[in-house]
Design a protein around this ligand. Structure first.
Ligand SMILES: [Zn+2]
Length: 89
């Protein structure tokens, strides 16, 4: 699967040409516009934003919040609300 997005200048299709891994959660993708009269080459950022299903493997990657929309995120939210209610008592 090739990664594509619109060229921000001419809105033609831009194709990912290279990927640089910045960290475990961030990569930069170099895109090139497919329109030969434009030829814009630019860098976009790809970032892990939240977890929808917790991983089954043990490797810990900190800083990835649970999505409140996921089943696990709702359970975590309910646990934290219970903890806050107990502190308030
Ligand atoms: Zn373009």
């Amino acid at each position: 699967m090739s990664v594509k997005m619109k060229c921000p200048h001419c809105e033609a299709k831009a194709v990912a040409r290279a990927l640089d891994e910045i960290s475990n959660t961030v990569s930069e993708i170099i895109f090139q516009c497919d329109d030969p009269y434009c030829g814009h080459t630019f860098v976009a950022r790809l970032e892990v934003m939240r977890t929808t299903t917790p991983p089954k493997k043990e490797k810990a990657v900190s800083g990835i919040p649970l999505s409140p929309k996921s089943k696990h995120g709702r359970a975590e939210l309910n646990r934290s609300k219970l903890a806050e209610a107990k502190v308030a008592d």
